[in-house]
Design a protein around this ligand. Structure first.
Ligand SMILES: C[S@@+](CC[C@H](N)C(=O)[O-])C[C@H]1O[C@@H](n2cnc3c(N)ncnc32)[C@H](O)[C@@H]1O
Length: 220
């Protein structure tokens, strides 16, 4: 007769992970831990390029994507998807015919995202955000309705930031919005020079706490 299991639910889940190497429990454990490890490894290898040690919090993402009527959005560009926390939140909000074009320069993140998010609305472009016009054209679009940035602008070279801002403003449809976050206010002056209308809010419930911006082309 089988002996009753005296372990806690958590211990039981762990022992199942060890025994059933091909089953769904392993897949669950893998998707929970691997992105964070990959993210931390990428940060240690290239802190300035990755920008933070851990992915954005749910609170930061909600603040970043809140206030936009996603039912009307057809084309979104995302800069710096990393392991996809913002990407997944975008896909959850977008309609079935919308298109999300995510641009990422870290090849490890590109491979991870292509494998881990099999959604036909999503295209991962392995290129820097400056080439947003080419990324849109490659997907049959001339402009985006929303641009979402996780780029670490405050610690990136000034000329690269400027090129990305100018390319983004040119890629936006009339009434389009550019949203993103930063860990310092250092770079917001450059944002204001290209985008006439900029508002900034602070989100404490993220590590590190972040300034969330919302920008539109046009007079101040
Ligand atoms: C702070 S991480 C954000 C990751 C994720 N979106 C999040 O919120 O947790 C910044 C990401 O931007 C990417 N990145 C840095 N410079 C870039 C550039 N010029 N174009 C596209 N992606 C870039 C990095 O590789 C990294 O994945």
């Amino acid at each position: 007769m089988a002996r009753p299991c005296r372990c806690t639910p958590k211990q039981r889940r762990l022992s199942l992970t060890t025994i059933n190497l091909t089953g769904p429990t392993v897949a669950t454990a893998r998707t929970r831990t691997r992105p964070r490890l990959l993210f931390a490894r990428s940060f240690l290898a290239n802190p300035r390029g990755t920008g933070s040690l851990i992915p954005s919090s749910r609170r930061l993402i909600n603040r970043l994507l809140g206030g936009i009527d996603w039912s009307k959005v057809q084309t979104v560009v995302e800069y710096g998807p990393g392991t996809g926390v913002v990407t997944r939140a975008l896909l959850a909000r977008l309609g079935p015919d919308a298109k999300l074009i995510a641009m990422e320069i870290n090849p490890d993140f590109v491979s991870f995202l292509r494998r881990d998010i099999p959604d036909t609305r999503l295209t991962i472009v392995a290129a820097s955000a400056e080439s947003v016009a080419a990324a849109l054209a490659g997907n049959g679009r001339s402009h985006c309705d929303v641009a979402v940035s996780s780029l670490p602008f405050s610690i990136m070279p000034d000329d690269v930031c400027q090129a990305i801002l100018v390319a983004t403003a040119a890629a936006m449809a009339p009434d389009a919005v550019f949203v993103g976050y930063q860990y310092s206010t250092r770079w917001l002056g450059a944002l204001r020079q290209v985008f006439g209308q900029v508002s900034v809010r602070f989100e404490l419930r993220n590590w590190p706490p972040a300034f969330v911006f919302n920008a539109r082309v046009g007079p101040q």
